[in-house]
Design a protein around this ligand. Structure first.
Ligand code: ADP
Length: 460
């Protein structure tokens, strides 16, 4: 399977690449600080312990008959030695034959120093407890003996904890501050890119104007230039397609209209027996004209809608009456009561597209409403200030399950008959989208028929 490229945001990547090494560095420096502070504290305690051992060595002497060794530790000194408030301090002195001269017998089992005349510091276990020992093997021509002083490690553990606390808090604060700085720094540094993204996102579908290079950071320059080149191509392609479609619309419409007129004239002139056939031919041509018109309207609204430059303020009330009056004949032929309820409302948009949209909605309402029915066309502004157009009828309505699909191209509700192409509502949706409007469809008054409503966004 091909590996998915790393598509995380720049912000995410920067944060990741800066914060992890920073965390590791700060963590390592904290460990180093802790170790060196612990070393310094331990050395101070070790020196004190070694000094005690050496002090005991200086008290070694031969007894009166010069046979045995003695240690002259006055009871007060012994008490001072053992009176550490936190730790238990013990000592033992024994001669080179292993005979204890003074102190605690249990210390005899501790490891003995290998080198002579030098204080040796070590860690050991005594009665299940960890102790720190300072031992001194004294050797002189007249006297040789060993002194071992052992001290529990309460002070040391406590000091280690205090050092850890003293180092951890400032370091943790430093890490938090550094991470916050990195986070806000990255956000701040990337703000121009966000602004560029927002500027592009705010554009309408047909806005191909070039992006200003001056307000983006240097690093985004190539990207902006590439986008601008693409905009240029799209603009040229859009204009070329629009010119082609308008041309095609014009070229097709004229001969088709001519054909239809000629057929109608021929129907009147030819003998009655050939009239049914000519009538069918004429109907097919009418459908072809309608279909061509719909196809071109859809194609034009898709591409031309992209060019918002031709958007102008359009008064909806006038446009409604204009579009519907073209369909008045159809309504009269079916005895449909076509009513208008208009209030002033203006939309910034393309006049011909909006007219096409309204015509399709009214045309459908007349086509699907049975003879003698009612179609009402409305426009105005809703509470939020957005203009709306509404076409309501009391025809068969549209089942709820179909409401999502009727806007698809070439989709027709089954069993409805009629001469439709399935493109009318696709054009409505396309035009609405081009004007950032939404189309709603629901049942008409008293739950009968259907009501199509196009709501435009409030101005500004
Ligand atoms: P058509 O050319 O078939 O009318 P449309 O896209 O305009 O195509 O409409 C799609 C389908 O929606 C139609 O086939 C029809 O069944 C249904 N429809 C549209 N408008 C109405 C309406 N006012 N009342 C009932 N059905 C409708």
């Amino acid at each position: 399977m091909p590996r998915r490229p790393d598509v995380r945001t720049l912000r995410h990547r920067l944060l990741l690449f800066i914060s992890w090494p920073l965390l590791v560095l700060l963590g390592a420096s904290m460990v180093a600080d802790y170790r060196s502070a612990l070393g310094i504290a331990g050395e101070a305690y070790d020196n004190a312990l070694a000094r005690t051992a050496i002090a005991l060595v200086t008290r070694l002497e031969r007894d009166d008959d010069d046979k045995d060794i003695e240690v002259d530790v006055p009871p007060a000194a012994d008490e001072i030695l053992r009176s550490d408030p936190h730790d238990t301090v013990q000592y033992v002195v024994f001669d080179d034959k292993g005979k204890r001269v003074a102190g605690d017998a249990e210390l005899m089992e501790l490891p003995r120093p290998r080198v002579a005349n030098q204080a040796v510091l070590d860690d050991a276990q005594l009665g299940g407890q960890t102790v720190r020992t300072a031992s001194f093997r004294y050797e002189s021509p007249t006297l040789s003996a060993t002194v071992i002083v052992a001290e529990t490690t309460v002070k040391r553990t406590r000091a280690a904890r205090q050092i850890l606390m003293a180092i951890a808090w400032p370091n943790l604060l430093l890490i938090a501050a550094a991470l916050l700085l990195v986070y806000f720094g990255v956000r701040f540094a990337l703000r121009p890119l966000d602004a560029l993204g927002e500027r592009i996102a705010r554009r309408g579908p047909g806005d191909f104007s070039l992006l200003a290079e001056a307000d983006v950071p240097g690093e985004a320059g190539p990207l902006v230039r590439a986008i601008n080149r693409l905009m240029g191509h799209l603009d040229t392609a859009g204009r070329a397609q629009q010119a082609f479609l308008s041309n095609a619309a014009h070229q097709l419409r004229t001969p088709l209209a001519g054909l239809q007129t000629q057929l109608e004239l021929a129907t009147a002139e030819l003998p009655p027996e050939s009239r049914p056939r000519l009538k069918r031919l004429s109907d097919s041509t009418r459908r072809l004209v309608h279909f061509t018109h719909q196809m071109l309207a859809l194609a034009r609204s898709s591409s031309e809608g992209a060019l918002i430059s031709d958007h102008r303020p359009v008064a909806l009330a006038g446009l409604l009456e204009e579009a519907a009056s073209d369909l008045l004949d159809g309504a009269l032929a079916k005895g449909i009561d076509l009513g208008f309820e208009t209030a002033p409302a203006t939309v910034e948009g393309s006049r011909w597209m909006l007219r096409e949209m309204i015509a399709n909605l009214v045309d459908n309402a007349i086509a699907y409403t049975p003879d003698g029915g009612r179609v009402t066309v409305r426009c105005g502004c809703d509470k939020a200030g957005g203009a709306f157009v509404e076409v309501e009828d009391n025809g068969p309505g549209i089942p709820e399950a179909e409401r999502g699909r009727i806007f698809e191209r070439f989709y027709r509700v089954a069993g409805r008959g009629g001469e439709g192409t399935g493109l009318g509502l696709a054009i409505v949706r396309e035009v609405a989208e081009r004007h950032a409007a939404r189309v709603e469809v629901e049942a008409g008054a008293e739950g009968r028929g259907s009501c199509f409503r196009v709501v435009f966004p409030p101005p500004g």
